[in-house]
Design a protein. Structure first.
Lengths: 107, 119
């Protein structure tokens, strides 16, 4: 299985901050990666697909980059509604595997 | 707008079979997507269980393959999950989701349903 790691596992930030989350794959996965946001008690929501494509309706402050084994999700200006847990997910090979998540909370 | 809704028992006894159904509305289950189950253990991360195409072709996570079956009923726009011989380790929130192959990602999710394995 392809192992996905995320760093940091959690972070505290303030509204207006720039936030960067890193996801690494145990082997190359091209750009077959998505980012999902999950709020407590809710289903995950797709933010980014194919590493850097923004899901329709998702604010442009979210962006994704990377290819191969290292990927980043950036929130350019953190808003109150962005406090959540973020997961990466690789679709390059079966079984699909998620990263362990990064919890973003209020500083 | 496509919507997915999970249904099924919230409590299953150990060694029994967990059965859940996902009802798809606002679109046809034969519209060229893959239909998936994903679970999340309490307070933990996400685990992909497997998916099915409307034709019936499936792929399962090898960690669960010996116990899992995903099936589809196109006549009622539903797909289902069966997980046999459950233990407390199968206690989780189970989500159904639509997989968009073109965008290689899950674009629509159900709200999730908690299944507890306990006697």
């Amino acid at each position: 299985d392809i192992q996905m790691t995320q760093s940091p596992s959690s972070l505290s930030a303030s509204v207006g901050d720039r936030v960067t989350i890193t996801c690494r794959a145990s082997q190359g996965i091209r750009n077959d990666l998505g980012w999902y946001q999950q709020k407590p008690g809710k289903a995950p929501k797709r933010l980014i697909y194919a590493a850097s494509s923004l899901q329709s309706g998702v604010p442009s402050r979210f962006s994704g980059s990377g290819s191969g084994t290292e990927f980043t999700l950036t929130i350019s200006t953190l808003q109150p509604e962005d406090f959540a847990t973020y997961y990466c997910l690789q679709h390059n090979d079966y079984p699909f595997t998620f990263g362990p998540g990064t919890k973003v909370d209020i500083k | 707008q496509v919507q997915l809704q999970e249904s099924g028992p919230g409590l299953v006894e150990p060694s029994q079979t967990l059965s859940l159904t996902c009802t798809v509305s606002g679109g046809s289950i034969t519209s060229g997507y893959y239909w998936s189950w994903i679970r999340q253990h309490p307070g933990k991360g996400l685990e992909w269980i497997g998916y099915i195409y409307y034709s019936g072709s499936t792929y399962y996570n090898p960690s669960l393959q010996s116990r899992v079956t995903i099936s589809v009923d196109t006549s009622v726009n539903e797909f289902s999950l069966r997980l046999t011989s459950v233990t407390a380790a199968d206690t989780a929130v189970y989500y159904c989701a639509r997989y968009e192959m073109a965008a290689i990602s899950f674009d629509h999710w159900g709200q999730g349903t908690l299944v507890t394995v306990s006697s």
